[in-house]
Write a protein that binds this ligand. Structure first.
Ligand SMILES: Cc1cc2nc3c(=O)[nH]c(=O)nc-3n(C[C@H](O)[C@H](O)[C@H](O)COP(=O)(O)O)c2cc1C
Length: 342
């Protein structure tokens, strides 16, 4: 699967741009089995990045229909990642204070009313319905990386005293309701995945594992996407370091639900090593930026190795990245070579 990757290439009103279309359709051409979009915001106030693709209004459906068709034309499944930045939405971008399960001094976010929590849930479901209407094969709910759904999951951030906070069970409630709402309105054949990350932003590894098992046990999701950032690392959390982070997630009983992970899979050997674990399919991020056809390369050569970074802007243009995405990647340390000064 192509990892969801923010690329800042779309229009400021959230409509699809040609650059975003070409970057993704090229990955489908390169034989990704599932081509996942970047994080796509489900409410205007949940915008996390300039140039972010949106699905918060019917006006976005036309662009998404074009994108889904373009991806599927290469035999790949087209899946949208549904996102809301919550307290991580920059005030400068959204023109007002961001929202969060509770007031948050550090980010300046204000607590959502109960009605706003219900609206958030309904807007995730509505965005999934628009995705279906656009012709996508499915959606992934972004519950990772400290964005709004992981803000609900975090006892450090969520201090609500209603049914959406105050206990682990209440913190998970909105995610279960979104899963239920999408499954019941989009049907059994519509792919439904959930992405979670087990570290940082107040996440507790054991709690995330229990939550994953409960999600599996609902029988309503098709895959779990665990964002490890490094598939070979040990957990940071004390008392959990006796095995790798991935090994912790191998302990779950998947009951036929697909299991995928992302993080530092740069070579054919890495891919094969991870596929030898309980993982059903791998999710590829930066290697897919460097090689639009990373799957094709790995299939034809099990010893394939990703190009070393930094790479030139021209090289990234050849891999179908537009200028805004290349600018964004140049902020990732060591990824893009500085232009030669003359
Ligand atoms: C440029 C860039 C943008 C990303 N944007 C998102 C995103 O929109 N949603 C998300 O869940 N993860 C995002 N991630 C994380 C990736 O999906 C992936 O989990 C991470 O890069 C680790 O995989 P890798 O080592 O193969 O790159 C992003 C990563 C990169 C490099």
């Amino acid at each position: 699967m192509l990892a969801p990757m923010t690329n800042q290439q779309s229009h400021e009103d959230g409509k699809l741009s040609d650059d975003e279309y070409h970057w993704l359709v090229k990955r489908a051409e390169g034989q990704f089995g599932i081509t996942m979009t970047c994080a796509v915001h489900v409410q205007e106030i949940g915008k996390g990045f300039p140039g972010q693709l949106g699905l918060f209004s019917d006006a976005h459906i036309e662009g998404h229909s074009r994108l889904a068709k373009g991806i599927q034309a290469h035999g790949s499944l087209a899946v949208v990642q549904l996102h809301h930045g919550g307290m991580r939405s920059p005030e400068k971008l959204i023109g007002q204070a961001p929202v969060c399960p509770s007031n948050n001094e550090e980010s300046g976010a204000r607590a959502m009313t109960l009605q706003e929590v219900h609206q958030l849930r309904d807007d995730f479901v509505k965005a999934a319905q628009r995705a279906k209407q656009s012709g996508y094969d499915g959606v992934e709910i972004h519950g990772a990386h400290g964005y709004i759904l992981s803000q609900f999951l975090s006892a450090e951030i969520n201090h609500r005293d209603d049914e959406y906070g105050g206990s682990v069970e209440n913190g998970c409630r909105i995610m279960f309701e979104i899963v239920e709402g999408i499954r019941s309105s989009c049907g059994a054949d519509f792919l439904l995945g959930v992405r979670l990350s087990p570290e940082r932003f107040g996440m507790k590894l054991d709690e995330v594992k229990v939550f994953c098992q409960q999600l599996i046990d609902t029988g309503k999701i098709d895959f779990l996407d665990i964002s490890l950032w490094d598939c070979f690392k040990d957990p940071v959390e004390e008392g959990q370091q006796h095995k790798t982070l991935l090994a912790h997630f191998e302990e779950l009983d998947y009951k036929g639900v697909g299991f995928t992970v992302a993080g530092k899979l740069y070579t054919g050997q890495h891919v094969h090593d991870i596929l030898d674990t309980k993982v059903d399919f791998v999710t590829i991020g930066k290697a897919a930026i460097l090689h639009y056809d990373f799957p094709k390369q790995v299939i034809s050569d099990p010893n394939f190795e990703c190009k070393a970074t930094p790479v030139s802007r021209d090289y990234l243009r050849e891999q179908a990245l537009g200028e805004s995405f290349i600018d964004y990647m140049s902020r990732w340390k060591g990824f893009v070579a500085e232009a030669q000064k003359v």
